[in-house]
Design a protein around this ligand. Structure first.
Ligand code: RIB
Ligand code: CA
Length: 307
């Protein structure tokens, strides 16, 4: 069994990624650590607990940072709905997180089993950045870190330069990318091109006919409206499930090892992941950047866990 820790700002795509991990037979999800992002922290916590309950899982869910390390929180209700799961009337109240703080859980779990725990991050990197500030040795101890974040190729999705997770807490992301942790970055560029669900793909998922497949489609209601309104296309993209599919089977991803620098601060490039594709900086690569995942391989990975 592979041991996973998942850090998430649980909303409509995160929840599908959680189902994939919780329902993969060869993965033991040790804990879900929650970070504010798509929606405020308490809603992310409730969404994670709801999703775990849907999967019949008692995985512990730990509250983490309610805002970025050094700046106010930016949320994305326009993309995921006020409740984060498409505002379709789910009962997302009354569930309780486990005792303890996410940052402590990240440090203790990873450093307690050097080389054994895979970390998958699906939200802003505030928790992981804080954990690395507290215990830099975590970078050595983690087996591998799969990050949904950044863009291998422009544009971004929240600004022309940046993807949401990195934009929300660029200072934390800079700490993570400079930490020496073994990182595979699944950017929004590949999500948009390799994990976009058009009408046929959605119909294929719905045809599975389980509570997991229905949930997967139903909670994308706001995201679908957003995509059609802002971008004029029918469907939704699944960045976090794509990152989870790569974490579950790295062989499906084509990657380039690149030096990547995160832009912190408040300028127009805030949160940009500057990927040195040509080696111009002469700096050693610190990230394995995913450049492509065959859409069929992603769909097979996703659908296998929804049956
Ligand atoms: O930019 C997409 C990422 O931001 C996804 O993880 C989505 O859930 C939001 O967190
Ligand atoms: Ca997310």
């Amino acid at each position: 069994m592979r041991r996973f820790l998942i850090d998430t700002d649980t909303a409509s795509d995160d929840a599908v990624a959680l189902i994939m991990a919780l329902r993969s037979p060869d993965v033991a999800v040790e804990a879900l650590t929650i970070v504010a992002g798509n929606v405020p922290l308490d809603r992310c916590i409730q969404n994670a607990l709801y999703t775990a309950e849907l999967c019949g899982s008692s995985v512990p869910v730990y509250a983490g940072l309610a805002r970025p390390l050094f700046r106010d929180l930016t949320t994305a209700e326009i993309v995921h709905g006020q409740d984060g799961l498409g505002d379709i009337g789910l009962d997302l109240t009354g569930r309780s997180a486990a005792e303890g703080h996410a940052v402590d859980v990240l440090v203790e779990t990873i450093c307690g089993s050097p080389g054994e725990v895979t970390l998958v991050t699906l939200g802003p990197l505030s928790n992981v950045g804080a954990a690395l500030l507290r215990a830099p040795e975590m970078a050595e101890a983690v087996q591998h870190c799969y990050i949904m974040g950044g863009t291998g190729q422009l544009p971004g999705n929240i600004t022309p330069a940046a993807e949401f997770n990195i934009y929300v807490d660029p200072e934390a992301a800079r700490i993570v990318f400079e930490s020496g942790m073994p990182i595979t970055m699944v950017g929004w560029d590949v999500s948009w091109t390799c994990a976009f669900m058009g009408p046929e793909a959605e119909a294929r998922i719905r045809a599975i006919g389980t509570p997991y497949s229905d949930f997967t489609c139903d909670i994308q209601a706001t995201l679908t409206e957003f995509a059609e309104g802002m971008l004029g296309i029918a469907g939704f993209d699944l960045p976090d499930p794509l990152a989870m599919a790569v974490a579950l089977d790295p062989s499906i991803a084509e990657t380039d090892d690149r030096y990547v620098e995160v832009v912190s601060g408040d300028g127009p490039a805030r949160g940009q992941t500057i990927v040195d594709h040509l080696g111009a900086t002469r700096k050693a690569p610190n990230v394995s950047v995913v450049t492509h995942v065959p859409p069929e391989a992603f769909m097979d990975s996703l659908c296998a866990t929804l049956r």
